[in-house]
Design a binder for this molecule. Structure first.
Ligand SMILES: *Cc1c(COP(=O)(O)O)cnc(C)c1O
Length: 495
């Protein structure tokens, strides 16, 4: 069955998977969605015997139907290789009766590696298939993890350039060090004076500027996006939910057919949307628990049906979730609006003009499998400490937000359904906050790398390669600009 893609705002339809990946964003500003969600027509018993790469092929081939088997398998083989420090790619650790699905074993030790290690290959394959002549320019706004993971994926991939914008004071020291030391002749990193939403809005404005696109096309460039609005990012994320379920069956933790709940630490709404897609494919997922930090726009949305970004932007210890406009929510809105582009467009226009929209009762009814809650900074730190004390397992700050929300959910609902929790970053990526939560007096005075040595000692885990590499790497990028200079920076870089 061929799956074609269309814009959530109605301006494009009948688009092949490869074209949707190549375009990133639809020309009406909407996001590409599959016209229908394919069924997971492989028995779980079969999936349970498969490697991550094999499961990836089964899932992705159902969505990316215009890729040949050979093309897709080559993309998968190039992505999920020894860049990951474990053969399983996405292993599960059970602690306090929660299945932590560890998505942080890739090149940059955060979950965005799961999709960004394959996107460059999907994109260059898509360009080849569609006879695109222009060099692909990836523009990305990052709250810390996307940028590094995207650059690691695209570095020195022929026919591509990548420019990443990040908020100067909105990322962790390790995240910043990882980015400014990025290698690759085709990579460029720029700090902006503003927050993540400013960076994301700036990138969107560049994407929507038709005159600018024409100007660049003359010079042989075309934009694409590595943000989670690209369908080529979203679909690879469906894989690990399927793989996790199959792994639990294989390990006899659950029986085939048992319902599982998932808790996902959420920012731009890509990861949890992938879980929702997995559920629509037929994976037995019950509740989708959306965990936020103190920037709890989504929590309020799930509780009231009102999305309202008009509120202070709070910098937290889980910076990759410091987001007030969750771009991927548009895909869910479209779905619960019964795939109505008109309704979706109306919501997004209201968001644009007043920063706020409300969905109707019918749409809210469709959201009943979701529930949202948040963890305060204190609760997040306390969760890291209690987990460490009880089990010796060390959670990063983002995962701890989800673990705190998960604990509250279970206490409030008495729902004992097995729980998969998306563990989105290695604690080594946020060492300072993690050690501060465990024992501030003992660790706060140490330098960044001394702290990592301490973390290795107390958690009995090896320091990941990604961290070892930046200890000595020279700074290669030091541009800082204002939000209104972003387009000019892009011109200068490409010239
Ligand atoms: C990006 C990120 C998130 C949020 O994921 P979304 O798909 O944007 O909701 C959570 N945790 C970490 C560590 C991240 O890098």
């Amino acid at each position: 069955m061929e799956i074609l893609y269309k814009s959530t705002r109605g301006g494009e339809q009948g688009v092949t998977a490869s074209m949707a990946i190549l375009k990133g964003l639809a020309k009406d500003g909407g996001l590409f969605v599959p016209a229908q969600i394919p069924a997971l027509d492989v028995p779980v018993e079969t999936l349970a015997q498969m490697s991550y790469q094999e499961v990836a092929y089964e899932v992705m081939s159902r969505f990316f139907t215009d890729f040949t088997e050979e093309e897709l398998k080559e993309c998968i083989a190039k992505a999920y290789d020894e860049k990951f420090d474990t053969e399983e790619i996405a292993p599960i650790t059970k602690a306090e009766d929660v299945y932590f699905l560890e998505l942080f074993h890739g090149a940059t030790i955060a979950f965005k590696d799961m999709a960004l290690s394959i996107l460059p290959h999907l994109l260059t394959t898509a360009a080849r298939k569609n006879h695109a002549k222009n060099e692909i320019v990836i523009l990305t706004a990052t709250s810390g993890d996307t940028g590094k993971a995207a650059m690691a994926g695209f570095a020195d991939v022929p026919g591509t350039r990548i420019i990443v914008f990040y908020p100067k004071d909105g990322v962790s020291p390790v995240q910043e060090k990882q980015m400014v030391t990025q290698k690759g002749e085709n990579t460029c990193v720029v700090a902006i004076r503003g927050n993540f939403d400013d960076a994301q809005t700036g990138v969107k404005n560049i994407f929507n500027d038709k005159a600018f696109a024409e100007e660049l096309a003359k010079d042989g460039f075309q934009f694409s996006s590595a943000n989670s609005i690209n369908i080529g990012r979203l679909i690879p994320q469906v894989v690990y939910y399927v793989y996790a379920y199959a792994s639990l069956v294989r390990n006899q933790e659950i029986q085939n057919g048992d319902i599982v709940n998932v808790t996902v630490p959420t920012g731009n709404f890509g990861n949890i949307l992938a879980a929702f897609y997995a559920k629509q494919m037929g994976l037995p997922i019950g509740k989708l628990i959306c965990a936020s930090n103190e920037n709890k726009v989504l929590v309020d949305f799930f509780r009231t049906g009102v999305y309202d970004k008009n509120r202070p932007f709070i910098l937290t210890t889980s910076p990759s979730m410091d987001i007030l406009i969750s771009s991927n929510l548009e895909r869910l809105i479209y779905w619960v609006a019964g795939q109505s582009p008109e309704k979706t467009k109306a919501c997004m226009e209201r968001l644009q003009s007043s920063g706020k929209y409300e969905i109707d009762a019918e749409m809210r009814e469709q959201l009943k499998d979701f529930c949202g809650d948040y963890a305060s900074e204190e609760e997040t730190a306390a969760r890291i400490a209690s987990m460490y004390e009880n089990t010796g397992y060390v959670l990063d700050t983002h995962t701890a937000v989800a673990a705190s929300v998960c604990e509250k959910y279970r206490k409030e609902t008495k729902d004992a359904t097995p729980m998969i929790l998306a563990s989105t970053a290695s604690p080594y990526k946020f060492t300072r906050s993690v050690l501060h939560a465990i024992d501030a007096a003992a660790y706060d005075g140490l330098g960044d790398f001394e702290q990592m040595d301490e973390l290795s000692r107390i958690s009995n885990t090896e320091i990941p390669r990604a961290i070892e590499e930046i200890r000595t790497a020279p700074v290669r990028h030091n541009t800082v600009c204002d939000v209104d200079q972003m387009a000019q920076v892009v011109r200068d870089v490409l010239r």
